[in-house]
Design a protein around this ligand. Structure first.
Ligand code: ADP
Length: 454
């Protein structure tokens, strides 16, 4: 970072120096050219007056401008004392100005002088007028200004270097602390705190990392909970199966009635195990998104009736009643198998948690505009406390002591329902009155039962 900073500072200084040199030197040079040309023209005009040439030469000499009038064969005509112009004369003597036509004028820069040469008529003869003055002072000024600028530049460069070193130390120091904290987090220390408020972006990064920490912790807690729940849920039926199998072996083997009863317990517990394993599999599949949704149009009414039929055993053997209010021939477009799982879970829950009257109400109604079909299932149970409502859709969440009949649940059912319905982008929800019961609902898109749909 310091390196980039220095490079930038260096480039800026270089650019300033260059721009300064080009602009200042060309401006000064142009000014010098203009000046020498106008002096030359002035002398050309003056020399037509008597003594005008000598007077003009003397005046210009005082201002550091050298003037020579020479014949074509390089004999000096004016000034009469041309010692101070001698150097200029010598220098110009070798220049190819001789071929210039009358009135021609050219400016030569010889060494550090600016020169004007023109062919003039003097006393009826062709002559050369040579004008010159030194620009050394200009170049000295430019050079010394450049040196000042360089000194200023270098000072700025050093300041930039110091500043960038201090700044990057502060920044990388903050990042280093964050990185160390992240390593601790990776090692499983969830008490770490990402804190850095020096810069807005760093503060944002800290917030994000703190959020990540919370989420990672939550997910780990979840996993731990799942493991504990699954092991617990597996253990209970296995213990029961083993206990009843031993009982049959040792006690009830010959007693048909008892044996049947005990075998039924084993079958029920094995069913429970199967249900649990299926639920766990569904959750993990849905979570890892390996189950894709395969939508097709199907008869929702038939599906609901089919599910209610499956609960027939509850009605027959345990006195449950399922009251229905179902519109005929409703169609929707969804993954039938998964919707079956959803509705089965919801009706199963209603039966699980309904009140002493053992009644469950299932309804399937098409909306007035015919565009939606709403499924709902109501029970008369204890209901769900308001604060638990958002939680019940989470994996392994169970409202304490809500179960009516011996619990078959795993706490996974509603999380499966949620995942499936979210994958379909269907609306769903629950309304519950503590003490009165709950209603779970799902809003399906209605598909017209035209032959091409069916
Ligand atoms: P479970 O297998 O325990 O039923 P679910 O995910 O299906 O798991 O439901 C989560 C929790 O939500 C249940 O344990 C229960 O406490 C509560 N719940 C679900 N359905 C109902 C209902 N119809 N009435 C009251 N509570 C319910």
């Amino acid at each position: 970072m310091t390196g980039y900073f220095c490079l930038l500072a260096f480039l800026v200084i270089l650019l300033v120096e260059l721009v300064f040199y080009v602009i200042v030197s060309t401006t000064l040079e142009n000014q010098a050219r203009d000046r020498i040309t106008s002096i030359g023209k002035e002398i050309e005009a003056d020399m037509h007056y008597p003594h005008g040439l000598e007077a003009s030469i003397m005046r210009n000499r005082r201002e550091g401008v050298n003037v020579l009038l020479i014949t074509r064969d390089w004999r000096v005509v004016a000034p009469s004392d041309y010692d101070s112009e001698r150097n200029f004369y010598e220098e110009l003597k070798d220049r190819p100005v001789i071929n210039a036509g009358v009135g021609f004028c050219e400016i030569y820069r010889l060494g550090k002088t600016v020169n004007y040469v023109s062919k003039v008529d003097y006393a009826g003869e062709p002559h050369y007028l040579l004008v010159s003055y030194s620009v050394a002072i200009i170049y000295e000024t430019v050079t010394s200004l450049q040196i000042y600028l360089l000194i200023i530049g270098l000072t700025l460069f050093l300041l930039a270097l110091l500043f960038s070193m201090a700044f990057s130390k502060k920044l990388t120091g903050g990042l280093q602390v964050m990185s160390d904290t992240a390593v601790n987090l990776a090692r499983g220390d969830y008490s770490v705190q990402f804190a850095n408020a020096d810069y807005k972006e760093m503060a944002q990064l800290s917030d994000t990392l703190n959020y990540v920490r919370d989420e990672v912790k939550k997910s780990e807690d979840f996993q731990r909970e799942i493991l504990a729940n699954v092991t617990h849920d597996l253990k209970t039926p296995l213990t029961m199966i083993k206990a009843y199998a031993s009982m049959i072996k040792e006690i009830s083997g010959d007693d048909k009635l008892k044996r049947e009863k005990h075998l039924q317990v084993i079958i029920d517990e094995a069913d429970r195990l199967t249900g649990l394993v299926n639920d766990v599999l569904s959750v993990s599949k849905l979570q890892s998104n390996i189950t894709e949704i395969r939508p097709k149009v199907f008869n929702l009414t038939d599906l609901v009736y089919g599910i209610i039929d499956k609960f027939g055993y509850l009605q027959e053997s345990q006195g449950y009643s399922i009251m229905v209010d179902i519109d005929p021939n409703t169609y929707t477009r969804a993954d039938e198998e998964k919707i079956n799982q959803v509705l089965y879970n919801l009706i199963g829950n209603a039966a699980n948690y309904t009140g002493a009257d053992k009644t469950v109400f299932v309804s399937l109604k098409v909306s007035l505009d015919g565009k939606r079909v709403k499924f709902s299932v109501r029970d008369t149970g204890k209901g769900i406390p308001k604060e638990a409502l958002p939680e019940i859709w989470n994996r392994y969440y169970r409202v304490k002591e809500n179960h009516n009949r011996p619990v078959k649940g795993t706490g996974l059912g509603l999380s499966i329902v949620k995942a499936i319905l979210e994958n379909h982008a269907f609306d769903f929800g629950v309304e519950s009155d503590v003490g009165k019961g709950s209603t779970f609902w799902v809003d399906f898109p209605a598909v017209p039962d035209t032959p091409e749909n069916i």
